[in-house]
Each structure stands twice: as structure tokens, then as C-alpha cells.
Design a protein around this ligand. Structure first.
Ligand code: GLU
Length: 438
């Protein structure tokens, strides 16, 4: 069998829509799965919209998602140029071929392709057998001399040796025009696989670029893990046999095939995306998590080059199993790095309903400040003693006030490890601050 060659053929618009990213990914997966080539071809015939900035958004998004291409911009390849704007001669030559065969003719300034009137049968890998007859000749060159999409798309797929066309279902209705053209050139048609539309989360219709969560840039800005976004994109229209959701790229590659692609539309689900991101965050090695967290906390002004590395690592160890996203990390761990943290007013109010929290904090201070050892065990022991002295079985009644005093918050990492990581000096100082202020 000849080598698989697939392509992603975007028209840069300045946005990288998740639908496009998903199409790119399904092609990339197929190439990586089969050991074939993944070609990036830029369909930049619309001069107004196709700016270098628009191209950059696309290339950055592709790289961020780890979808490396074998041929295309920034890469060599035998089948270039990979920009349609640079392939004018190739198109003109192919127009001549059709003219010579008597399959192209001029009318009212435009060039028309003469259809065969025969039914076009497409054995689509996703949709199954699709039949359609093109009844009318269609334009392949406009009167301004520019070739139209159907023509350039087919000429490129043909001259770039594309074996499989994997693209959005919105192109299914174009495919009979395309097979007409392939046949006219005497070329072998590629295998087609039309992947389902992505519908918006609520309400009818296709996800548009205005819908929340529709652009890859949003996930980049919100510090999502690219591995998680890629995992989620795979699930938009594809699922493995056992319906697993959280998967590494190797597991996906192992399972990926056309059979797993559904016919029906896929629905975007923001919550599932967030869930998968959290799961990927949990599975990172601590070192990687810290490495990713570092610039985020630096940007938030919480750490700098003077921050103690050991302390930073310990905080990360507490945060990784708990925090839901890198985007909320600064909020989650802020008080570890900022002695001047604010007390959450709602938490203060809630605690105050049961008496003055400062009193509980004062009792905890007395119980803990004399400790020589500062370990989870010793701190727990001191709390137990405090409880017993007051005729209680467990020290839990003190915990919310203590947490509030050292963090200002109502939730967070488990309290004992939290106190140990903060260290005795910080804990006692924070007790004093809470007592003085409240
Ligand atoms: N430029 C087209 C698009 O972005 C490519 C269609 C195709 O993959 O054939 O929709």
C-alpha cells in the first residue's frame, strides 16, 4: 500500500476555531497512526483576510497543540509551494489540461467545468455510501481570472498526492464536484472521511467563533494544558471502543480509527473540557506541574527569583491534587506567598456567627507556639491536647478558624500539611495578625 498522505487545509482568518483544530487533529492522528505524512496547506486565496498575523495564530495554535506537520510552512517538502497564493502556475496548467480535454469552456467571462452528468458515488469512511449527481456545469475560474475553491482544492490534493481527505461535514455537499474534477483529470480519488459538525453547547446550530470556548486562543489564555485540550478535541466526534474519556496521546493513537468516528453531530461541553483539563493536571509529574506553575505565579507577582525553591515545591505538592486549573492557581495558593492576604468576608461572617473566631485562634496559638518540633504529628498532638483540655474529643471545632487565620479562606489543602508547609513562624505571626485585626 502506498504511504498515507493527509492534509489540513485551513484558510487563515485570524482565529483558530476548535472545529478547525479538531479537523487538523483527526488528520494528524491518522498520519501518526499509519506512519504517513501530515501536510499543512494554506488555502490563502482570500487576500484581504490572509495576513501574516492570521497565519501566525494558526501556526502557533498547531504548535501549542503538538500537531507537528511534515510538510508545509516553515518546512520543506517535495510538493510545495504549500500556500495556494503561490500556486497560480500550477492551477493555470491544470486549467489548460481541462481545456485540452474539452472539459472547460468560457462563458460570460468565467470558465466553467463541464460535468459528466453521471452519479458520483462516494464511499465515505464516516458517512458510508453517498450518491449525488452534479447536474449543472460549475465555475472553476471567476471572471477576474482567479480560480475557485473546488478547483484549487482538487488540483492541490491531486498534485500533493493526498490519499485521504478528512474534513468537516460541511464539505460533504462539495464532494461530488470534487470527484467530478478528479475523474476529469484522470486521477485516483482520495478516500473521503467527513467528520461531524460541532454544535454549540446550548441552543441549536453550529458552534461559531463568537461562542464561548470556540477558539483555541481562549484555552491558551486561560492556561489550559494543551494535552487536555487535544484530548477533549479528540472526543468531539470520536470515541474509543470502551468510551474512555481521559486519555494520553499514546492511548488515543493506539485506539484511533475511522470506525470510532460518529455520524451524528458532536456537542461542545465546556464542563467536560474543564474536567479533562483538571484530570490532566492531576496526572502531571510534580516537576512538570511546578515548571508550568512557576511562570503563572511569577506573572501574578507571587513569586520571584528570591522565592525559596524548597518552599515553592512543597506548596506545589499541596496544590496539585486540589487545584482545578492553572488559571485559578494564583488564587488558590496566593496566601502562601503573600503575608498580606485578605480575609474572605463571607468566611469571616460565617465563622463569626458561632462566636468570635479570634478567640479560637488565640487558643490555638497558645497550644501550638511552644512546639519545638513542627511536624504533622506534633501539630496534631497539640491540637488533640487542646481539645481534651476543653473536654472535646476531637480538635475539629478549631480548624475552620485556624484555616481562616492562616489563609483568609474557607477551603484549601488539608489543614495539617498546610500548617507544616507554612512553618511555625508564619503560622504564629498569622495567628497574631488575625487576633489583632478581628
Ligand atoms: N479551506 C477549506 C476549509 O477550511 C478546506 C476544505 C478541505 O479540507 O478540503 O474549509
Amino acid at each position: 500500500m502506498s504511504e498515507v498522505r493527509v492534509r489540513f487545509a485551513p484558510s487563515p482568518t485570524g482565529f483558530f476555531h476548535i472545529g478547525s483544530a479538531r479537523t487538523a487533529l483527526f488528520n494528524w492522528l491518522y498520519a501518526r497512526k499509519t506512519g504517513g505524512k501530515f501536510v499543512l496547506r494554506i488555502e490563502d486565496t482570500d487576500k484581504e483576510r490572509n495576513t501574516p498575523e492570521a497565519l501566525q495564530v494558526l501556526l502557533d495554535g498547531m504548535k501549542w497543540l503538538g500537531m507537528d506537520w511534515d510538510e508545509g510552512p516553515e518546512k520543506d517538502g517535495e510538493y510545495g509551494p504549500y500556500f495556494q497564493s503561490q500556486r497560480g502556475e500550477i492551477y493555470d496548467k491544470h486549467l489548460q489540461i481541462l481545456r485540452d480535454k474539452g472539459l472547460a469552456y468560457d462563458k460570460e467571462g468565467a470558465v466553467f467545468f463541464k460535468v459528466s452528468d453521471k452519479p458520483q458515488i462516494i464511499e465515505d469512511k464516516v458517512r458510508g455510501r453517498v450518491e449525488r449527481t452534479e447536474e449543472k456545469d460549475f465555475v472553476i475560474y471567476r471572471s477576474d481570472g482567479s480560480p475557485v475553491f473546488h478547483f484549487v482544492n482538487v488540483v492541490d490534493d491531486m498534485t500533493m498526492g493526498i490519499t485521504h481527505v478528512i474534513r468537516g461535514e460541511d464539505h460533504l455537499s462539495n464532494t461530488s464536484k470534487h470527484t467530478e474534477l478528479f475523474k476529469a483529470f484522470g486521477a485516483t480519488e482520495p478516500v473521503f472521511a467527513h467528520i461531524p459538525l460541532i454544535l454549540k453547547q446550548s441552543g441549536p446550530g453550529k458552534m461559531s467563533k463568537r461562542d464561548k470556548g470556540a477558539l483555541i486562543e481562549e484555552y491558551q489564555d486561560k492556561q489550559f494544558l494543551p494535552s487536555a485540550v487535544r484530548n477533549y478535541l479528540c472526543l468531539l466526534g470520536w470515541s474509543p471502543k470502551d468510551d474512555r474519556e481521559v486519555m494520553t496521546i499514546d492511548e488515543i493513537l493506539e485506539e484511533y480509527d475511522f470506525k470510532g468516528i460518529q455520524k451524528g453531530s458532536a456537542k461542545f461541553d465546556e464542563k467536560k473540557m474543564a474536567f479533562i483539563n483538571t484530570e490532566h493536571l492531576r496526572q502531571l509529574p510534580l516537576e512538570t506541574f511546578s515548571w508550568m506553575a512557576s511562570p503563572v505565579l511569577n506573572e501574578a507577582g507571587l513569586i520571584d527569583e528570591d522565592t525559596d525553591e524548597d518552599y515553592f515545591q512543597k506548596v506545589m505538592m499541596l496544590a496539585q491534587p486540589k487545584v482545578n486549573s492553572l488559571d485559578t492557581l494564583a488564587e488558590y495558593v496566593g496566601y502562601f506567598f503573600d503575608d498580606d492576604f485578605a480575609y474572605d468576608e463571607k468566611v469571616t461572617a460565617k465563622l463569626s456567627k458561632k462566636g468570635n473566631p479570634a478567640e479560637k485562634v488565640a487558643e490555638a496559638k497558645e497550644a501550638l507556639e511552644g512546639l519545638e518540633n513542627w511536624t504533622e504529628k506534633s501539630v496534631e498532638g497539640a491540637f488533640m491536647k487542646l481539645a481534651e483540655d476543653q473536654g472535646q474529643e476531637k480538635p475539629f471545632p478549631w480548624f475552620p478558624s485556624v484555616r481562616w487565620a492562616v489563609s483568609g479562606a474557607g477551603g484549601g489543602p488539608d489543614l495539617l500539611p498546610l500548617l507544616v508547609v507554612l512553618g511555625k513562624d508564619k503560622v504564629v505571626a498569622r495567628f497574631e495578625r488575625a487576633i489583632a485585626q478581628n
